[in-house]
Design a protein around this ligand. Sequence first.
Ligand code: EPU
Length: 444
Amino acid sequence: MREINSQNRRVSIYKITGGKKLQGAVKVAGAKNAATKEIVASLLTREKCRLGNVPRIGDIEVTLEMCKLLGSNYSWTGDGALEIENSALSSFEIPFDYTGINRIPILLLGPLLHRFGKAVVPVPGGCRIGPRPVDFHIQALQRLGASVELKDEKFIVHARKLSGNLIELPYPSVGATENIIITATLAEGTTTIKNAAVEPEVIDLISFLQSMGAIIYVDVDRKIVVEGVKELNGAAHRVINDRIEAASFASLAAVTEGDVMVEGASQDHMLTFLNYYRKVGGRFRVEEDGIHFFSAGTLTPVAMETDVHPWFMTDWQQPFAVMLTQADGLSVIHETVYENRFGYAEELKRMGAEIQLYNYCLGNKPCRFSGRDYKHSCVIKGKSLLKGREIRIPDLRAGFSYLIAAAIAEGVSEIHGVEYIERGYENIFGKFKALGADIEVCEK
Ligand code: EPU
């Protein structure tokens, strides 16, 4: 597997001395989970596309690298401004090296089928947060007329013609919804997706595709209808801001008893987060250019569940859990999106957090993991004194939560595996520094 080499440097360790109140302003970057899909969508046209507010992070670099191998031309024309031109694609295959890095290869299938009638991509990976299958993607592409063969961990896909169909997703998967939308824009006829994901990043992708000439309706009850068009044109689009990064800095502000203005945080995209933030004792003020987050002192425990949008998103869970280690009493989190998203709790426990994992559903919502042996609920007992130590990052979102834990811990924490964080957060070191964190970087 190809190594992640984000931002062309090999930063491997952050050293953080905890205990400072973090204060100041940070500007959130564009959303990784929208920008990467929009880069993929640009492959549907031969005309030039312009994307603004694209974060300069490892995952974007890897996505652009893959597109370049297919024959894409791209250039950075300003701060976060990317021009992509795909008039002469020359390959329909993503090399095997790109397996296990991110979820993008599987999303490339639709554009490649439209351009070449065939496509070969390695099975995707992404963060180490459970098995993360792609069965919904594959079944959906088959419903649109593709034939799919899995050989030597590669999907070999053919389609002479793609035609619209009715696709009911077993679960509102973000990636599968995006894959179907991207593929259906140029398919013949109408595609209806039932039980679709309606995350803001999905809607942002739809907006970009609409600017490119697509016809896509977002109906009530998780229904999305795509009327296929003959061709798409180039377009300009500004990527939405990253609501995961915004919520992570919000948690950091509350837990360090700090005061952080998160420029570019969007209240619309964070309604559920803000409700829970308030319930736990975090305070915020919505301002013209973002949201100001601070703390009223004591934090109170809460029982909560993650779920698909518009509920509390799974990627907010990890930083929020660190916040709950500082609340006085017992909190409960029921993770209903991923079966295995508490892997990060072990390191927090070693730092002094009291977290107990359960394979029961400790919540109200029906969950796909009920009765199965997945530790997908937890009880957190606070308030715990965290102690700095050597920490290894298992995945991107866990990574940010460790930075938060280190920022409140007594003593020094050495955080390894920073490449994971830099895959998804732009200039995270600089942002922590700007807020007054005692953070150092050691290059290997
Ligand atoms: N699932 C299947 N089969 C499929 C597809 C999904 O069983 O074919 C299951 C997954 O295993 C999971 C659930 O459905 O249990 C939801 O997965 P989804 O497809 O919605 O996730 P994704 O598209 O792979 C994106 C984000 C994740 C984010 C989730 C949920 C990207 C690149 N990734 O993943 O973000 O957690 O949606 O909102 O957009 C991250 O940025 O760190 C990250 C993990």
